[in-house]
Write a protein that binds this ligand. Structure first.
Ligand SMILES: N[C@@H](CCC(=O)N[C@@H](CS)C(=O)NCC(=O)O)C(=O)O
Length: 202
């Protein structure tokens, strides 16, 4: 049985979303998004940095949301949520899948640190504004790519679970402007998926 170590309002939501899209059964260890749970000796035994998500299956334990998504699809996905390796969409699928953690999440991390996690007296306005500018630049090519498309590579895929989740976060942080009409309607489309809603309610 798959076991997901989870905390609300985190990247672990991507894995619930994926598991629900695939209709897989899983156990959930729902922790608080708080050092008492995430930095406990028990959880550091699963993730050296005390972060989520972590997925276990039998003797296997794996962290990094993108790696977990790929693992679940490869072992349990039955070829779904991903174009075949020789399909024309495959290279773009890989690109947007990895653009999430590579380009969009780094400025989001800084924005969260500088607006939520850091005590107010230690926040750095320059770092915050630089991250906001960087995030605006990082989402602009996605706005262009979504022109005339419902999802990133046409049909809904795991690239939407990765990048769609980070765009949802960017929007929630107020960093997707109303001029980005394709992104705004894409994020609404993502939010309307029952599996996404289930992940957000978990
Ligand atoms: N690149 C990692 C990032 C993992 C990560 O930073 N997770 C955050 C939640 S979104 C976390 O556990 N933060 C807790 C902390 O930093 O103490 C992934 O995609 O899994």
């Amino acid at each position: 049985m798959l076991k997901l170590h989870f905390a609300p309002n985190s990247r672990a939501g991507r894995i619930v979303w994926l598991l629900e899209e695939l209709g897989l059964e899983y156990d959930l260890n729902r922790m608080d998004f708080h050092p008492k749970d995430l930095k406990s000796e028990e959880h550091r035994g699963r993730h050296p940095l005390g972060r989520v998500p972590v997925l276990e299956e039998g003797d296997i334990s794996i962290f990094e949301s993108g790696a977990i998504v790929e693992y679940v699809m490869a072992r349990h996905g039955d070829g779904g949520l991903k174009p075949g390796v020789h399909a024309p969409e495959f290279p773009e699928y890989l690109q947007w899948f990895h653009y999430c953690e590579g380009m969009v999440m780094p400025p989001i991390n800084t924005i969260i640190v500088q607006t939520v996690l850091m005590p107010p007296d230690r926040r750095d306005q320059t770092a915050l504004e630089q991250a906001q500018r960087l995030l605006g630049k990082a989402v602009a090519p996605v706005e262009t790519a979504l022109e005339g498309r419902e999802y990133l590579v046409g049909d809904f895929s795991a690239a939407d679970i990765m990048l769609g989740h980070s765009l949802f976060m960017a929007n929630r942080l107020g960093q997707v402007s109303d001029e980005m009409k394709n992104l705004k309607s894409y994020i609404k489309r993502v939010e309307s998926r029952p599996a996404f809603q289930k992940a957000m309610e978990t």
